[in-house]
Design a binder for this molecule. Structure first.
Ligand SMILES: Cc1ncc(COP(=O)(O)O)c(C=O)c1O
Length: 400
């Protein structure tokens, strides 16, 4: 039986199968992968997680093994509200929705705000998962470039003026302002202020995805957009994926109570509630100070890996190549000479050099990125980085 005739328009879209194939390849032990944006295996606290899990199962088995309320356990919502407040973003528990990872948070917001044909703005490049989520809403997407100061607000202002003249202003702008995936760039304080001004002037909401914001290993702290927002325009997405575990699938939305109420209704039809064990593990990690412990361990390891990666890029990569210098997070973004096609070279680099990266084009809503690649330095060990970057450099050098 051929089921294809039954597929929805969405399921008929080609999607990014190349990426799924790549992730399969990167499971091969002979390949050094700079592809997947995962925490390194040595960043977790497995012994502490085992102890906390055992204790939870012994002391509160019914709560751990049962359903949880759709907005999340009240104790976790209170904990997250306090944590957000401590990080400069005053919150009440009713302004927090616990989600199954922050990507689900984005999907929930899509369902709350977007109708077919609505306009949104994203960064160029931007997080691939967000592009896939937005694709399911059949919205029109405009992109604004990111440079060393983050989203280019002068270009954004020009785009907004043009859209205003066409009576086509956007509803939402999605940004990863700190240690962006994929570019590693951070939006300056000045541009954050400018972005908030533009949101007020042109009447759009901002989704701030801060998956990496607490993972700074160099430079000066910059306040989140949510911390600078005086107008309730910023909807904040948080996650435990990079600071505790992506496997527990726990994130959160922090926004006005009336948006949370709508989001809860929408979420009931999706997965009803988040993983109970994951929520309680995150809460207990928080109460015992283990999240902060894991963050400092992770930041230390990221700093070492980023420095080695950047040093080796400078030493080994062909002339005419540039890369970003992140102050935190997981990624550096490499631009090769314009004639190089990183998508075409990828299978060669995997087969011949046994090194994987993600080709740049996947991170653009429109055209772009053919000569770029994302290197994620969080997962490989220092040894793997020391062997992998020269191998990748040699493979690239022989090709152009
Ligand atoms: C910018 C960004 N947002 C969200 C996510 C997804 O996180 P979660 O595991 O919480 O769904 C990622 C994961 O790579 C990410 O890079």
């Amino acid at each position: 039986m051929d089921h294809r005739d039954y597929f929805s328009d969405l399921a008929r879209q080609p999607g990014n199968t190349a990426l799924a194939e790549l992730f399969k390849l990167t499971e091969r032990p002979d390949i050094i992968s700079f592809a997947g944006g995962f925490p390194g295996p040595d960043m977790f606290l497995p012994e502490e997680a085992a102890e906390v899990t055992r204790q939870l199962l012994v002391e509160e088995p019914y709560t751990v093994l049962g359903y949880s309320p759709t907005p999340g356990f009240s104790a976790l919502r209170e904990f997250l509200a306090e944590r957000q407040s401590r990080l400069g973003m005053p919150a009440a528990a009713g302004e927090i929705l616990v989600t199954s990872g922050s990507l689900q948070g984005l999907d929930i917001l899509g369902r709350v705000f977007l109708n077919r044909g609505d306009r949104i703005i994203v960064e160029a490049p931007t997080y691939l998962g967000a592009l896939s989520t937005f694709a399911s809403y059949d919205v029109r997407i405009d992109s604004v470039p990111v440079d060393t100061e983050g989203l280019d607000t002068a270009r954004l202002a020009a785009l907004l003026e043009q859209l205003r003249r066409q009576d086509a202003l956007p509803k939402l702008l999605y940004t990863v302002p700190t240690f962006q995936n994929p570019s590693g760039q951070t939006m300056s304080h000045r541009r954050r202020q400018k972005l908030l001004d533009l949101a007020g002037r042109y009447g759009f909401l901002i989704i701030e995805d801060n998956a990496y914001g607490e993972l700074r290993f160099a430079g000066e702290e910059v306040p989140t957009l949510k911390a600078l927002d005086t107008d309730e325009r910023v909807i904040y997405l948080g996650t435990f994926s990079k600071i505790l575990s992506p496997g527990i699938r726990i994130g959160w939305i922090h926004t006005a109570g009336e948006i949370i109420e709508r989001a809860v209704l929408v979420r009931q039809a999706m997965d009803q509630c988040s993983n109970s064990l994951g929520q309680l593990l995150a809460l207990e990690f928080g109460r015992r100070g283990l999240i902060e412990k894991q963050i400092s361990k992770t930041v230390h390891l990221l700093g070492e890996r980023a420095r080695l990666t950047l040093d080796l890029l400078a030493r080994e990569f062909p002339t005419g190549t540039t890369w970003t210098e992140p102050e935190g997070g997981f990624y550096t973004w490499v631009s090769l000479p314009p004639a190089v096609d990183t998508g075409r070279l990828l299978s060669h680099c995997i087969e011949k050099a046994r090194v994987a990266y993600v080709a740049g084009a996947a991170f653009y809503a429109g055209k772009g990125g053919n000569n770029q690649m994302r290197l994620c330095y969080s997962q490989p060990s220092l040894d793997d980085i020391a062997r992998g970057i020269p191998r990748l450099a040699r493979a690239l050098t022989t090709l152009f």
